[in-house]
Design a protein around this ligand. Structure first.
Ligand SMILES: Nc1ncnc2c1ncn2[C@@H]1O[C@H](COP(=O)(O)OP(=O)(O)O)[C@@H](O)[C@H]1O
Ligand SMILES: [Mg+2]
Length: 345
């Protein structure tokens, strides 16, 4: 990988769990994010996937400084940006922007599209002088495939897909280098999801962007991601190149997620093994000891209850040259052919 643009190490966010109204007493913690490591390469797209509640949005919010980490570091181009002075932070925030999940609630209904997209210039007037704003916003509308004449309209006059384009235009206003897109298409109709993904893909090329692309479904990030990280209960359990994760998964949780992804070809579907996991995801206030996935894992043994598996190439797979040798946090990591590869279909 080229010099990473983002390096995340040991990222943790614990929300205190309190009891009592007047005299609050801390009785525990919601371990929303519990030790996350990854790099994002320049111009790369890293997909982050996991079920609802596993901590994806909390990671996203820490990256754009909407939440302060409990522990860990975030580096941007080699500089530690985890805790900076307000002034230094302002400059960094400009370079890392977020696109939110729900285009219905994330746009202020009382503001015109022009004011929504141009709002970041209130905080960073140096990017666009007042007299230049209107032209810039119209440019941005054009770039995301909307008619520049719509500048005075209100969000309710647009469809879901168009609203997400407005959210993307706003994210681009400051010409950032990194976009953190938190489930940018999850709230959209399936028919428009691909259009918005294609738009993001094109913008990445045109503006040299690096993406963190979050989704709860492995099938959505497949075509846009260079690498994919799979999260479970506040941690990344497996991470690797696109083909390593989809065609050669070694973590049981990834294998279970993949076994639930729709397969278009009926014959391939016949041969696919469905893995049904036992029970529900445990509460992040009460994380299992050792491997946090063990309570639902068909491979779990005693060791899994006492020893936390690290996210690395598993020692017994490190001698295997090839796609199975990628980072997987499982003591018994093992390649399993879950879904027929594209070549086989
Ligand atoms: N402000 C908060 N206070 C307490 N718990 C929170 C807060 N934000 C998120 N959580 C909890 O942290 C966990 C992870 O949430 P989130 O990052 O939103 O997950 P995801 O985006 O993967 O669905 C969830 O259990 C959620 O309820
Ligand atoms: Mg979320």
């Amino acid at each position: 990988m080229a010099e990473p643009i983002l390096e995340v190490r040991g990222l943790v966010k614990h929300y205190p769990l309190t009891q009592g109204i007047l005299f609050k007493k801390q009785v525990g913690a919601v371990k929303a994010v519990d030790g996350v490591d990854f790099d994002l390469g320049q111009g790369e797209t890293l997909g982050i996937v996991g079920e609802s509640g596993c901590g994806k949005s909390t990671v996203a919010k820490m990256l754009v400084h909407l939440e302060r980490p409990t522990a860990g570091t975030i580096r941007y181009k080699g500089e530690d940006i985890t805790s900076l002075s307000a002034k230094a932070l302002k400059a960094v925030r400009r370079n890392i922007q977020m696109v939110f999940q729900d285009p219905y609630t994330s746009l202020n209904p009382r503001m015109t599209v022009g004011d929504i997209i141009g709002e970041p210039y209130d905080i960073h007037p140096e990017v666009a002088p007042k007299g230049d704003r209107r032209r810039r916003v119209q440019d941005l509308l054009d770039v995301v495939g909307l008619n520049p004449e719509y500048i005075n309209r209100y969000p309710h006059q647009f469809s879901g897909g168009q609203r997400q384009r407005i959210g993307i235009a706003r994210g681009l206003a400051l010409r950032p280098e990194v976009i953190v897109a938190d489930e940018p298409v999850s709230a959209l109709d399936v028919s428009v999801q691909a259009q918005v993904i294609n738009l993001l893909d094109r913008l990445q090329n045109d503006f040299d962007l690096s993406y963190i692309f979050i989704a709860h479904d492995l099938s959505i990030v497949r075509h846009i991601s260079d690498r994919v990280g799979v999260m479970y209960l506040g941690r990344i359990v497996e991470i690797g190149r696109d083909s390593e994760i989809y065609d050669h998964p070694t973590h049981p949780y990834t294998q279970a997620l993949l076994s639930a992804v729709p397969v278009p070809d009926p014959e391939a579907r016949e041969h696919r093994e469905r893995i049904i996991l036992a029970g529900d995801v445990p509460s992040p206030t009460n994380v299992p000891s050792g491997c946090r996935f063990r309570t639902r894992c068909w491979k779990a043994q005693e060791r899994c209850a006492v020893e936390v598996p690290v996210l690395a190439v598993p020692p017994h797979l490190s001698t295997v040259k090839g796609p199975a040798a990628h980072d997987s946090a499982c003591h018994f990591a093992e390649e399993k052919h879950v879904v027929p590869t594209e070549a086989e279909q």
